[in-house]
Design a binder for this molecule. Structure first.
Ligand SMILES: Cc1ncc(COP(=O)(O)O)c(C=O)c1O
Length: 380
């Protein structure tokens, strides 16, 4: 698989493996890891991330929707997969046929799924302890759900879980309340299901007491912190797996007073070297990144003028040749631009930065310095 474009993403699979191994080492004996690879592995590639995580000892794969799970099955991923989000009950049979576990929290859903099933289906019961998204909210609701499950011919309760809303802050009261509520839900099970899980990345690393026998880690596996606030409290350093690069397609001198890009929002204050970079908002390099710096020859250079759909312009510290490497996320020499820096600039979180880099950008997978795979979604 080839690509013909001077903009690409590099994914260090060895960084993902190392992060997974470090998380596993940190977890108590008997606690397994679910690698959360929804949204195409937070932009890193679901299949590649799942493979790297499983090789490094992850036991489960977590995705948001059935389509993502089926994609992984088609690509030969054989590990247990849980769909963490809602799956319409009429698709329960497809999940069952593909040994994909679903999330359940409504009696009506169980009945409807049951009508479509002709094979056993594993479900994990979702308890809403304070996230306010999906799940049973009261003990009475859980009791009726458990009673309905008891009567179900094909549906088996394989797990029970909840999701923390505020584990990525240093203030622990809300987390504690959710944990206590989850314990109350657990006490209603006549028999504990095989898998009990609550922790996302932040909880897995900051609250080992809530690990039960499975944690669901996404962001830390990719080497990014769940929040800026808890970064200093993380128990081991994380290795970011993703970097983003391009090459200058044009370099020219803009005379003092020259305007750059749509809307003429930038005016050269003196004679300046301006470079054009072939990446734009359709790649996920959004217009609010105007003013953000990139790296050229180890030095910072700001994006000037509006970001276009496929290109943007930067003010170079000196004249350089067209074709010179531009690093938008990653390191050059002593300088580094992290996904966190981009998130700060865009007033959002690193999750959003990496998961919205568009599929138009080719992905180059590396083990150390060796390229092991090139993926270009435009050709597949
Ligand atoms: C239910 C559930 N579990 C686990 C995760 C993984 O979260 P994180 O990437 O913070 O580890 C997510 C992601 O948002 C999720 O929705």
């Amino acid at each position: 698989m080839h690509y013909y474009r001077d903009t690409w993403m590099e994914i260090r699979l060895d960084a993902i493996s190392e992060n997974v191994r470090n998380i596993r080492r940190y977890l108590a004996e008997g606690t397994e890891l679910m690698a959360v690879v929804k949204a195409d592995g937070y932009g890193h590639g679901a299949e590649e991330t799942a493979e790297a995580a499983l090789e490094a000892g992850a036991k489960w794969i977590g995705v948001a929707m059935l389509d993502e799970a089926l994609f992984l099955r088609k690509r030969g991923i054989d590990a247990p997969i849980l769909v963490l989000g809602y799956c319409p009950p009429q698709h329960a049979q497809v999940a069952a046929e593909n040994r994909i576990s679903l999330t359940a929290f409504q009696e009506g859903w169980l009945e409807e799924a049951g009508r479509h099933l002709t094979a056993p289906l594993n479900v994990h019961i979702k308890c809403d302890t304070g996230m306010g998204r999906l799940g049973v909210r009261t003990l009475a609701e859980l009791d009726s759900l458990l009673a309905a499950l008891k009567k179900s011919k094909w549906i088996r309760t394989e797990g029970v879980f909840t999701h923390f809303a505020a584990a990525d802050t240093l203030e622990g009261d809300y987390y504690q309340k959710q944990l206590e509520k989850f314990q109350a839900f657990l006490s209603r099970f006549p028999e504990r299901p095989e898998w009990i899980h609550a922790s996302n990345s932040a909880a897995a690393l900051l609250h080992p007491e809530a690990a039960f026998n499975l944690v669901r880690t996404g962001i830390v596996m990719y080497g990014l912190s769940p929040s800026e606030e808890i970064k200093p409290a993380l128990p081991f350093p994380l290795k970011p797996a993703l970097s983003l690069h391009s090459r200058l397609s044009h370099v020219k001198k803009a005379e003092k007073g020259a305007k750059i890009s749509y809307g003429c929002t930038y005016t050269a204050e003196q004679d300046e070297w301006i470079g054009t970079v072939p990446i734009g908002y359709a790649d996920g390099w959004l217009r609010d990144l105007q003013g953000q710096e990139v790296l050229v020859n180890g030095k910072r250079a700001p994006i000037v003028g509006r970001i276009c759909m496929d290109q943007c312009m930067i003010r170079l510290p000196e004249r350089v040749d067209p074709g010179t490497l531009v690093t938008l996320i990653g390191r050059q020499g002593n300088e580094e631009i992290s996904a966190d820096e981009i998130a700060r600039k865009r007033n959002t979180i690193n999750y959003e930065i990496v998961s919205t880099l568009s599929q138009r950008i080719p992905r180059i997978y590396k083990q150390g310095e060796k390229i092991v795979k090139i993926k270009n979604s435009l050709f597949s």
